[in-house]
Ligand binder design. Structure first.
Ligand SMILES: [Zn+2]
Length: 283
C-alpha cells in the first residue's frame, strides 16, 4: 500500500510531466477503475477530453489534477495503483486501465493490478474536490495546523497510534510511518492521547515529518526520468526503517531487540526499552 511519501513522489512527477498539457484522447480499458465516477465512463471521457491540466495536487493519499474547466480528475492509488507517464509508442503495462493521451505525444497511464484504486471526475473540484474535503491535511502540508491538532489530540480518549491513523485528525500517516515516528519520538503506541504533553506532541509531529521527508529524499530519483511510478510492493524506502518489519533486530539506539505486537488486525513494532509500555494504556 503506497504511503504518503510515495504518493507525493507521484504528485511531483505529475506536476513536472503532465501539468500544462491538453488531454487529446481518453481510453477506458476497464470501467471498474471508474466506478467512483457515478455518471459513467462515457461522461468521464466527454468531460476530460480536450481539457488542459492546470495543476497536480494532493490531500492525504488522494491526488487530483485540476482542469481548465474548473473540474478535476481525482485519483486514488488504492493498493497497487500506478500513474505512468510514457511515450505513446511504449508497450502498455498488463494492468493498464485508463489511458489519457496528452498533447505533447506522451500518455498518462493509470495501471492497477488489484483494482482498489480508481479515477473519477470531480464536478467543480479544481480547488478541492468535495469528495475529499473531510480528509485532514497531512504533516507535510504547509497549512497543517499544529496547534489545532495538538488540542484535538489531547481531547481524545484513545491511544496515540490510533490517533495518528485517524484520517480526520491528520492524514497520510499509515502503519509504517506511525511506527517509525513513535520510535523516533520515544513514545509507546498505546499511550493515552489525553496524557500527552504539548512538547511530546510537537516531538511526535516533527518525527512524522522527518521520516516522511527522508522517504521523499530516497524516492526523489524516480521522478527525474519520463516515468512516474508508485509501487507499494517495491522496497526502495525500506533501507531507512528503524522498527517497522524489524522484529528481533537490535534497536539502532540501544540494541534491544525490536518487538512486534498485534494491533488493529495489523502490527505495531516498538523498541521495548526506548518505548516502554505506559502503566495506563489505551489500545
Ligand atoms: Zn531502543
Amino acid at each position: 500500500m503506497p504511503e504518503l511519501p510515495e504518493v507525493e513522489v507521484v504528485r511531483r512527477g505529475l506536476d513536472r510531466h503532465v501539468v500544462g498539457r491538453q488531454v487529446v484522447a481518453v481510453d477506458v480499458l476497464e470501467s471498474r477503475s471508474l466506478r467512483r465516477h457515478l455518471a459513467g465512463p462515457a461522461d468521464f471521457v466527454a468531460r476530460v477530453t480536450g481539457r488542459t491540466v492546470t495543476g497536480a495536487r494532493r490531500r492525504g493519499k488522494y491526488l487530483w489534477l485540476p482542469l481548465d474547466s474548473d473540474d478535476a480528475v481525482l485519483a486514488h492509488l488504492g493498493m497497487s495503483g500506478q500513474m505512468l507517464v510514457q511515450r505513446s509508442d511504449a508497450p502498455p503495462d498488463r494492468h493498464l486501465r485508463v489511458l489519457l493521451t496528452l498533447s505533447d505525444g506522451t500518455q498518462l497511464r493509470f495501471c492497477d493490478q488489484r483494482m482498489f484504486g480508481g479515477l473519477s471526475l470531480s464536478d467543480g473540484g479544481a480547488e478541492l474536490p468535495a469528495e475529499i474535503s473531510h480528509i485532514a491535511r497531512d504533516p507535510l502540508d504547509p497549512e497543517f495546523d499544529e496547534a489545532a491538532w495538538t488540542a484535538a489530540l489531547r481531547r481524545r480518549r484513545t491511544g496515540i497510534k490510533r490517533a495518528l491513523l485517524d484520517q480526520t485528525m491528520v492524514s497520510g500517516i499509515g502503519n509504517i510511518y506511525a511506527d517509525e515516528a513513535l520510535w523516533h519520538a520515544r513514545l509507546h503506541y498505546a499511550r493515552p492521547t489525553e496524557t500527552l504533553r504539548r512538547p511530546e506532541a510537537t516531538r511526535l509531529l516533527a518525527a512524522a515529518r522527518a521520516v516522511m521527508l527522508a522517504a521523499l529524499d530516497e524516492g526523489g530519483t524516480s521522478f527525474d526520468a519520463l516515468y512516474v511510478d508508485v509501487n507499494g510492493q517495491s522496497g526502495y524506502f525500506d533501507r531507512s526503517l528503524q522498527v517497522y518489519g524489524q522484529v528481533g533486530e537490535p534497536c539502532t539506539r540501544c540494541g534491544t531487540p525490536i518487538r512486534r505486537d498485534s494491533f488493529m488486525n495489523r502490527s505495531a513494532f516498538t523498541c521495548p526499552r526506548c518505548q516502554p509500555r505506559p502503566r495506563r494504556a489505551r489500545w
